[in-house]
Write a protein that binds this ligand. Structure first.
Ligand code: T46
Length: 186
């Protein structure tokens, strides 16, 4: 498995090996022991799967607040998407900073996003599927959103995105009262 850092400490790109043969390929998309050996011992407890019918569908920027904050391991099962994480840990040197990565069924890349970061993506092809592991269960009372267009993210959009009503009404980052606190690593 290839591990690449990003400009946001803690947010890394994982690319599992693909074992190709005449039929196609096989890949271990997640292996807890291997992840722990690489320093990422995360107890994922829920898998999510969503399909977006149209390119230009934008979901985000979402989070779950403590005590149900979620780390996520995100990949694209079909199509292509631009996946974004935003550091919103109060006191972090990177507060408000973002990183974006193209995830696709073809490139097999995954984005590991710790708790304390907003997550969002925009699809770049019709019928794009995203699948991701979460380190805590869905907790609607802890679910929140920050406006996708309030962070300065380059989404690569050429027209208005397809949004849910929730995302269209999300609070701007400047008004967001983050529940996350930065803890400098020893
Ligand atoms: C997140 C979630 C949602 N739901 C139900 C609630 C709604 O009836 C329906 C759609 O939920 P929502 O509109 O919040 O789905 P997305 O807009 O794709 O939100 C997700 O997209 C961003 C990018 C994320 O990282 C989060 O996992 C999540 O916020 O699924 C569940 O039953 N379980 C869940 O874990």
């Amino acid at each position: 498995m290839q591990i690449e850092p990003t400009s946001l400490p803690g947010v890394v790109i994982l690319t599992p090996a693909r074992h190709g043969d005449a039929r196609g390929f096989f890949s271990e998309s997640w292996n807890r022991q291997r992840m722990a050996a690489a320093g990422f011992d995360i107890d994922f407890v829920q898998d999510n799967h969503s399909v977006s019918a149209r390119a230009g569908t934008l979901r985000g920027l979402h989070y779950q607040s403590p005590p149900h904050a979620q780390a996520k391991l995100v990949r694209c099962g079909r199509g292509c998407l631009w996946d974004v994480a935003v550091d919103v840990r109060v006191g972090s040197p990177g507060y408000g900073q973002w990183v974006g990565v193209e995830l696709s069924a073809a490139n097999g890349r995954q984005l590991l996003i710790p708790a304390g970061f907003l997550h969002g993506f925009v699809t770049r092809e019709d019928d794009t599927e995203i699948v991701y592991k979460c380190s805590d269960y869905y907790a609607p009372d802890c679910d929140g959103a920050v406006a996708w267009d309030s962070v300065g993210i380059d989404w690569g959009l050429t027209s208005a995105p397809v949004l849910s009503a929730k995302d269209a009404a999300a609070v701007p980052l400047a008004e967001f009262r983050s529940p996350f606190v930065y803890e400098a690593r020893a």
